[in-house]
Write a new protein. Structure first.
Length: 223
């Protein structure tokens, strides 16, 4: 995403916030500093609003119909745009999860709009200098028929290699059980119970039971 070189052009901010009074307050303040804010109370409309046409996303977490963490994950996966979480949720886990998913900053409510403005300016400056979001180095690498974890080769069965390879290629994305089985080269006729056993063995070999997250009712995701 190219940043505007003309300082006279307004910074375009996409806000997804279901509190219209708060959104109006923030929008009016930022407008005084040359920033145009477009707010969507519905997160589904927000993520369909041409995210790539904005310079920054200001995102609430408590939203109707779709949790802000889901929005954050989808936006970071699809678009190269800085994300600031603006939330009244004080749970440390929410903050940690937001940053793990790729949010660039987390600003707990209530806050002074002046602080928000300062953080936006600072983030856009850093983002412009770095040329966009820099993907963190992966702990995994596939070379031929071997998976390397943190530089060390893993000793996997063909089925374990097959499943882990799929998860690595789509790291951070939830893959359904059916997808993992149907796209497998060695377990097309295997049951979902067999898949659970394979996932358990892979977790053990990774030495981290949380490395592969079970998404209830859907499937699995490599974090």
């Amino acid at each position: 995403m190219q940043k505007k070189s003309d300082e006279n052009k307004p910074v375009k901010i996409l806000m997804i916030e279901d509190d219209p009074e708060f959104a109006e307050l923030v929008s009016e303040f930022l407008a005084k500093h040359g920033m145009e804010v477009t707010n969507y109370e519905d997160p589904f409309l927000g993520v369909s609003a041409g995210v790539q046409n904005y310079d920054l996303l200001l995102l609430d977490l408590t939203l109707p119909g779709m949790d802000g963490l889901e929005v954050c994950e989808e936006v970071v996966r699809k678009y190269d745009i800085p994300v600031i979480i603006s939330s009244a949720r004080s749970d440390v886990e929410d903050k940690v999860k937001s940053l793990q998913l790729g949010a660039d900053d987390y600003l707990p409510k209530p806050y002074d709009p002046q602080e928000l403005h300062a953080r936006i300016v600072s983030l856009l400056r850093r983002y412009s200098k770095s040329g966009g979001r820099q993907a963190p180095p992966s702990e995994y690498e596939i070379r031929g028929d071997t998976v390397y974890h943190r530089g060390e080769p893993m000793h996997l069965t063909p089925a374990e290699f097959d499943i882990l390879s799929q998860l690595i290629r789509k790291q951070g994305i939830t893959l359904s059980r059916e997808q993992l089985i149907n796209e497998s080269k060695v377990m097309s006729d295997s049951s979902q119970k067999s898949l659970d056993v394979i996932i358990s063995k892979i977790r053990s070999k990774l030495g981290n039971p949380k490395a592969i997250q079970a998404v209830r009712g859907v499937g699995y995701k490599l974090l």
